[in-house]
Structures are given as C-alpha cells and as structure tokens.
Design a protein around this ligand. Structure first.
Ligand SMILES: *[C@@H]1O[C@H](CO)[C@@H](O)[C@H](O)[C@H]1NC(C)=O
Ligand SMILES: *[C@@H]1O[C@H](CO)[C@@H](O)[C@H](O)[C@H]1NC(C)=O
Ligand SMILES: *[C@@H]1O[C@H](CO)[C@@H](O)[C@H](O)[C@H]1NC(C)=O
Length: 275
C-alpha cells in the first residue's frame, strides 16, 4: 500500500503550515515508488533505530488518508511514544510484527481512540524500568479499539529487576473488542527477555489506578486476564468492569490469574475475576 495523498499540517510558532507530499515528489499513480513514505527494505540505510521521528515539536497534526509502509520490518514498534505529552492518535489501522503503539517513560496524557490492530502485538505501556532515572507514565486512555489475531491486546510491561523505581498511573482501557487475541488483558511485571535476568528480583515500577472497562470478544489462550504484578510494589486500584472474553480451546474454561493485585471488579466478569 502506498500513501496517495498525505498532507502534513504543522503549527510552527502558532502558524499553521501545510506540506503536501506531492510537492515533494510523490506521484499517486499506483506504480511509482513514493519513498516519501515507504521504508527501504534495507534497515542499514536508515542509520538510526527509527524511520520517521518527531522530536522537540509542539502542536503537530499528522492527518490524511495515507499509509506508512514499513515493509514489515521485524521487531518494530509502529508508533513509539516517549518523553511526550498531550498526544491523540485516532482512526488508524495498524498491522505490524511488534507493538503497535508503545509508550515509554515520561509519556503523559495520551489519547488513543478507534485504532484497529492486527495481526501483530498490541498496545503496550512499557517496557519500563530498564534504564535508570525513568520518569512516570501518567494519563493514558485507549478507547474504542479493536484487536484481531494479535498476541497481546492491552499490556503493561516492566522489567524485573528494574534499574530504577518509577510509576504508572491513571490508565484506562475502555470499549475494546478482542478477536482471537492470545493475551487480551495483561500486566507483566516480570518482563525479561534476556537469558541472564535474575528472575527473583522484583520490579520497582509501581502500577496503580488502571481501569479495564467493557472489554469483550475472544481469547486464543485460556488465561484471558493475566495480572502479574510486582511483589515489592504490588499493583493498586486495579479495576475490572464488564469483561466478557470467551475461550473455545479444549483446555478451557477461560480463566484469569492475578499476583500481587488489589482493586475492584464489578459488572460482568468472564473469566471470573481474580481480583
Ligand atoms: C480522545 O480523542 C477522541 C477522538 O478525537 C475524543 O472524542 C475524546 O474526547 C478524547 N478524549 C480525551 C480524554 O481527550
Ligand atoms: C487522568 O488522565 C486523563 C487523560 O487520560 C486526564 O484527562 C485526567 O485529568 C487524569 N486524571 C488525573 C487525576 O490526573
Ligand atoms: C465506543 O464504544 C462504545 C461502546 O461500544 C459506544 O457506545 C460508543 O459509541 C463508541 N464511541 C465511538 C466514538 O465510536
């Protein structure tokens, strides 16, 4: 897929500027390689760990009916947010091998609405706690999103052991449809993909005030709700409201699993709540 017409609107010192990519050489004929916005298949040509980045900007709007084609580079996050606040992402469709949207430290007031994901991973807060001096992640909302055939749905992950204490708070995942998702709802505070991690060490990232509301659909694994929090700083004020996730595998019925979690659950609870 190539983007056909993508207009960048950016506010520079209060003035709105439009950038029409056709003026920068994009040709919408369905044949021309418009590498305006299609990544090279050779990652070494980038010289960096990212393809398109926005830094030190204020008041940027990126809009239009186009697409970014990363030519599905492995182990890539589609949209990675860090050290940023007041961001809205809406009406987007994402298919990628790694996290669709990941939010790392010092992400604040992020609003994700009507995003469709699949196949690939999911929406992730984290991973956090890998680096020293990480700052809190506060005020993230994801609403009216759908996930199809993904390995994760909504996830918070923190490293164990963690290099520094930190905070994740005021997070809402609401009105979400899961279609055949392996881990629809997951908090993983034992994230450690490296071989030599000390599995016994606990994460020092405190997770609190996380709401999972009106999350429905199907899980492709038995444990549809999996909340594995830190033994040293347990999760607090976790809310499960109106959860209805079905699992059809022979090792059913659908289940939930919690460690070191306190909070409330109400409304429909399928699987039965472990809080
Ligand atoms: C999030 O974005 C959606 C879509 O633009 C908007 O309707 C909603 O009011 C926003 N919510 C917040 C909390 O900003
Ligand atoms: C929680 O985050 C939302 C944005 O997602 C923000 O509008 C709200 O003010 C925050 N609440 C608190 C108590 O900080
Ligand atoms: C979000 O989902 C809720 C529940 O399904 C629905 O009532 C609401 O209209 C949806 N909002 C948008 C903006 O699609």
């Amino acid at each position: 897929m190539l983007m056909l017409l993508l207009v960048w609107i950016t506010k520079v010192r209060g003035q709105t500027k439009f950038f029409n990519v056709m003026k920068y050489g994009a040709v919408p004929d369905g044949k021309t390689d418009n590498r305006v916005l299609r990544a090279s298949t050779d990652p070494s040509s980038l010289n960096t760990d990212h393809w398109i980045s926005f830094r030190h900007v204020d008041g940027l709007t990126l809009t239009g009916g186009g697409s970014f084609d990363g030519q599905d580079s492995p182990n890539t996050d589609e949209i990675h947010i860090g050290r940023s606040s007041d961001i809205q992402i809406f009406d987007s469709t994402i298919a990628i091998e790694d996290d669709y949207i990941s939010m790392s430290h010092r992400s604040k007031n992020i609003n994700i609405t009507k995003v469709h994901c699949g196949p690939g991973h999911g929406i992730s807060i984290g991973s956090l706690g890998k680096l020293p001096n990480e700052e809190p992640v506060l005020g993230i909302t994801a609403r009216n999103c759908t996930f199809s055939g993904t390995s994760n749905g909504v996830r918070i992950k923190t490293w164990a052991p963690s290099a520094s204490p930190s905070i994740v708070s005021n997070i809402t995942f609401q009105d979400i449809i899961m279609d055949n998702v392996y881990n629809p709802i997951i908090i993983d505070q034992q994230y450690c993909p490296l071989h030599n991690c000390a599995k016994k060490a606990a994460s020092r990232v405190q997770i609190s005030d996380v709401k999972f509301r009106n999350i429905r659909g199907t899980s492709s694994s038995k444990v549809a709700v999996n909340l594995q929090c830190s033994s040293s700083v347990p999760c607090e004020k976790i809310e499960l409201m109106d959860i209805n996730l079905a699992y059809k595998g022979s090792d059913g019925p659908v289940d939930s699993s919690c460690s070191h979690v306190s909070g409330v659950s109400y409304g429909e609870q399928m699987p039965p709540s472990c809080i």
